[in-house]
Design a binder for this molecule. Structure first.
Ligand code: SF4
Length: 279
């Protein structure tokens, strides 16, 4: 095992007594590798204090991405990762809170939380792992599944147009939004770096391969390298998000505004100074 990766793993994983549950060729393991390397680089540059890091996940295969890491990790209820992450960020505003969530978890079951977390500009960093369907439960249609795709629950083709998470985030005033595909290592890691250093709400969407279900149903090939080729074929660089037959990739937004935790703590401090509060 690569010694750099090994030093960030819990002992049972580092010693090889336990393995991730990912199927061979899944993009989740690649994203985990990007995350570890990004943290390591930022630490070496003196820009990131991982002793303040809390990781929150939803339910689904991507919720297992941080499981081998030796950090504080909370596994929230399905779709509720952002609520838990908001609570941590409010109570500990100096903490670094990262959320890993899948497309079904974040955009369908947790869609309501996503809307309000973005508009409040809660200072948490979300890594959305989009494999275009529900993987863990057997390949059901998700809000990101392309129209007409065959899935376990749409045997005659998906009748719904897909949701563009990045376009939604931009329209709600998110302060950092980017989308890349897993085969684009350099771009994924550069965005992860920017995300971890960002002050307000940030969303990084990673188009990721699920060879087992996405490969079998949506794309029609199950070899991981072929799915990565598919991503390279259907993506195009742009400054504006769009998600259809072609999916645009790039950094769409990067600016700052007051965060929810800053505003809430200024209200709390004002109330305390005025003695106008009860304990
Ligand atoms: S079911 Fe799909 S997303 Fe889940 S671990 Fe297997 S390949 Fe990855």
């Amino acid at each position: 095992m690569n010694p750099l990766i090994q030093k960030y793993l819990r002992s049972e994983y580092a010693q090889g007594k336990r393995r991730t549950i990912f199927c061979p060729g899944c993009g989740n393991g690649i994203i985990l590798g990007y995350f570890i390397r990004t943290i390591d680089e930022l630490k070496r540059e003196g820009k990131f204090d991982d002793s303040k890091l809390y990781i929150v996940t939803g339910i689904g295969c991507s919720g297992n991405i941080p499981a081998p890491l030796r950090y504080n990790i909370v596994r929230a209820l399905h779709g509720r990762a952002l609520s838990v992450a908001t609570g941590i960020k409010l109570v500990r505003p100096n903490s670094e809170v990262v959320v890993f969530a899948g497309d079904g978890d974040l955009l369908s079951i947790g869609g309501n939380h996503l809307i309000h977390t973005i508009r409040r500009n809660v200072g948490i960093k979300v890594i959305l792992v989009n494999n275009m369907l529900y993987g863990m439960t057997g390949g059901q249609v998700a809000p990101t599944t392309p129209m007409e795709s065959i899935t376990h629950t749409t045997p005659y083709g998906n009748p719904e147009p897909p949701l563009d998470a990045c376009k939604l985030a931009v329209s709600l005033g998110a302060t950092y939004v980017a989308r890349w595909a897993v085969p684009l290592t350099k771009q994924c890691m550069q965005s992860m770096k920017e995300l971890l250093l960002h002050r307000g709400f940030g969303l990084l969407e990673c188009l990721s391969q699920c060879p087992i279900y996405q490969g079998r149903y949506v794309i029609g090939v199950d070899r991981p390298s072929k799915i990565m080729d598919y991503y390279l074929k259907i993506t195009i660089a742009s400054e504006k998000p769009s998600y259809g037959d072609r999916i645009t990739i790039g950094k769409f937004v990067d600016h700052e505004r007051s965060t929810y935790e800053e505003i809430m703590w200024s209200i709390i401090n004002k109330a305390r100074e005025g003695g106008n509060y009860e304990t």
